[in-house]
Design a protein around this ligand. Structure first.
Ligand code: KIV
Length: 265
């Protein structure tokens, strides 16, 4: 299968082929996802939640995203690898954003960066894309603004908010974004935005009309039994699988059944 590039996504949208995307944070998982034929891997700042145990993505740092991106990149041959720009790595100034986007490309070996936000960051998006770094936009429930939203709520339910999201999407396209993540917005609105754009949309909790879908891998693999939002489909129950395996291992160690003579040198 050919290497996925920014051009692949435009062609997929034109042909009506859906884009499959997941988050990854380490070499082993990324390598399995790549072998399974996934199109896009995002090193999301959701690592703050699922790897580090924070309740928001706000504490995540550039160093952490660089570390995870480097690890993921070593496991990937075909999928397109996008690194998330963490909180306050791009909001302060375009200069700082360009510097940090460059770090994610050079040190992390990402192929693109993702920024949360609409019209207020389009100048920055324009500058980053102008120097040859592809940008993935992110609209709707942008988790770095969780305190401004008053929680992890569906966005764009009201007309004014919905209109703003449509304008934001067009502005990001105009600024050079190669695709836009739409998070937790009504399906109908996501459909309208998708139809209005030449670039693809990648939804998470944004219904079936988006050009692609993304989920946090730890969530769709069922690693957290307590996280069950409406949009999430669990494709495995690794929480149960891992606990059962660890329980059996622990029993075998304590009872002396592991290691056996065959497993010894
Ligand atoms: O950080 C993340 O995992 C994300 C995806 C949910 C889109 O931004």
């Amino acid at each position: 299968m050919d290497k996925v590039t920014v051009n692949t996504f435009i062609k997929m949208k034109q042909k009506g082929e859906k884009i499959s995307a997941l988050t990854a944070y380490d070499y082993t998982m990324a390598s399995l996802m790549d072998q399974a034929g996934l199109d896009l891997i995002l090193i999301g700042d959701s690592c703050g939640n699922v790897i580090a145990g924070h309740d928001t993505t706000i504490p995540v740092t550039m160093e952490e995203i660089i570390y995870h991106t480097r690890s993921v990149r070593r496991g990937v041959d075909r999928a397109f690898v996008v690194a998330d720009m963490p909180y306050m790595s791009f909001q302060e100034s375009s200069e700082k954003a360009i510097h940090n986007a460059g770090e994610l490309m050079q040190k992390g070996r990402a192929e693109a960066v993702k920024l949360e936000g609409g019209q207020h960051i389009t100048r920055t998006v324009e500058k980053i894309t102008q120097i040859g770094i592809p940008v993935l936009g992110h609209l709707g429930l942008t988790p770095q603004s969780v305190y401004a939203f008053g929680g992890f709520k569906v966005q764009g339910r009201e007309t004014k908010q919905a209109e703003k999201l449509k304008e934001d999407a067009l502005a990001l396209q105009e600024a050079g974004a190669f695709a836009i993540v739409l998070e937790k917005i009504p399906a109908e609105l996501a459909g309208e935005i998708t139809q209005s754009l030449e670039i693809p949309t990648i939804g998470i909790g944004a219904g079936p009309q988006c050009d692609g879908q993304i989920l946090v891998s730890y969530d769709m693999l069922g690693l957290n039994e307590k996280f069950n939002p409406k949009f999430l489909r669990k494709y495995a129950n690794l929480n149960e699988v891992i606990k059962t395996a660890v329980d059996k291992y622990s029993d075998d160690v304590k009872s002396g059944q592991y290691p056996s003579d065959e497993e010894s040198y």
